[in-house]
Write a protein that binds this ligand. Structure first.
Ligand code: GLU
Length: 417
């Protein structure tokens, strides 16, 4: 699959190869798991508001379904490629297995710029994308969710389009929906909340009180915002946040609620009172306790890794750190809580949502929070223990644990036919 060539796919594949070496993975399985089980590309002709038709390209990649239906978000971004989506699908497989969900991994994407499209254009494109994948997705087959550039509204359109085609309401086909049509309480903030849960476990290990902690967050979308907000509410000082155009810094801490109101009123990040503008590059190099990359992949590289001055990196984004950067960080003693562990709160609460939809029995927010906390805390400590027992870093430990579970499932099921 030459089309899979992309820096992100190379990163995911190389991580897999290293973990497979360490696990001495069966060679046949290794060949199978290196590539997706199924990858579908479609064209999405969409009527734009000016009457013209624009043809977008969309993908859905199912990496592996040995453990259950495949699961993963849909990304709307101008840089979406088949390679990137395939890498993200592979990471979903390891992530679900690592935290013990009965799911395989998938990811979807449309190459488009949602920021320049109207609500009606997004709706028409989303519905056509869903229609093209009606036979590919399904509550027992493959369950999409939000990712970069998509949200609860996108999921509502997908749920409606799929349900219209089947003839009755099927809420379990997607997760991250509005609560009124079968979404779960606590899903929207789940990824950010989970990032903070594992980061606090790491702080406890290093004996650093939360109130003495400074946090820098790159990316202020759903995940970045809820991570910053939760840290702020727990008494940590969020000293810098950024969007793709740049960030802001205040050594005394930013009031995240006030910042949210400022943005909601239509003001830009850069005009937030009392804060100094910083570039995205400068932001990564600010001295702090915890750095949270919550934007896109390959942000921490060979070039900037040696300038990073934090104790802990909690990877809220998928694939934010390159292989070379990982080596530099390890040498410098920076603790990296890897993406498939740190950001697994989103898919964990997606699983809760799907369970609630299938059972038609809905939980209190307190139940969601408690169960999320329990799963993430124990996944964190089991990964730390594996890393110590096997003399590998946290990323390698998380990958090895996830991959090993998937490999065991394949070996138990055997080869068809
Ligand atoms: N897009 C999120 C992720 O990368 C959530 C996926 C899901 O909930 O299925 O983990």
């Amino acid at each position: 699959m030459k089309e899979c060539d992309s820096p992100t796919f190379q990163l995911a594949t190389e991580q897999f190869e290293r973990a497979a070496d360490a696990l001495k993975l069966d060679p046949n399985l290794r060949e199978r798991l290196r590539l997706p089980q199924r990858a579908v590309a479609v064209t999405i002709p969409t009527r734009m508001d000016n009457g013209n038709v624009q043809v977008f390209t969309g993908y859905r990649v199912q990496h592996d379904s040995a453990l259950g239906p495949t699961k993963g978000g849909i990304r709307y971004h101008p840089d979406v490629t088949l390679g990137e989506v395939s890498a993200l699908a592979m990471w979903m497989t390891w992530k679900c297995a690592l935290v013990g969900l009965p799911y395989g991994g998938a990811k979807g994407g449309v190459k488009c710029n949602p920021q320049t499209m109207s609500r009606n254009e997004l709706q028409r494109m989303t519905r056509r994308y869903t229609a093209e994948f009606v036979s590919v997705i399904g509550p027992d087959k493959d369950i999409p969710a939000p990712d970069v550039g998509t949200n609860a509204q996108t999921m509502a359109w997908m749920m409606d389009t799929y349900s219209q085609q089947r003839g009755y309401a099927i809420p379990g086909v997607v997760t991250g929906k509005p609560i009124v049509i079968g979404g779960s309480r606590g899903r929207e903030e789940a990824t950010g909340r989970g990032v903070v849960t594992v980061a606090i476990e790491a702080l406890n290990m290093l004996k650093i009180p939360v109130k003495d902690t400074t946090v820098v967050v790159q990316g202020f979308g759903n995940v970045g915002f809820h991570t910053a907000r939760t840290f702020h509410e727990k008494g940590a000082k969020v000293v810098a946040v950024s969007q793709s155009t740049g960030g802001i810094y205040n050594a005394d801490g930013l009031d995240i609620h006030a910042l949210m109101r400022h943005l909601a009123e239509g003001h830009s990040l850069a005009t937030f009172p009392g804060a100094t503008p910083v570039s995205n590059q400068e932001l990564l190099e600010i001295a702090c306790t915890i750095l949270v990359p919550a934007a896109l992949s390959e942000q921490i590289t060979k070039k900037n890794a040696r300038h990073i001055k934090c104790k802990i990196i909690a990877e809220a984004a998928n694939g934010p750190t390159t292989l070379e950067a990982d080596q530099v960080l390890e040498k410098n003693g920076t603790m990296v809580i890897p993406d498939i562990l740190a950001n697994s709160g989103g898919v964990i609460v997606s699983y809760f949502e799907w369970v609630q939809d299938v059972q038609k029995y809905f939980w209190e927010e307190r139940d969601v929070r408690e169960r999320l906390h329990h799963i993430m805390k124990s996944a964190f400590h089991r990964t730390v223990e594996f890393s110590r027992n096997n003399g590998v870093n946290m990323r390698m430990a998380a990958l090895m644990r996830g991959i090993d579970t998937v490999a065991q499932a394949h070996l138990a099921r055997g080869l068809y036919p």
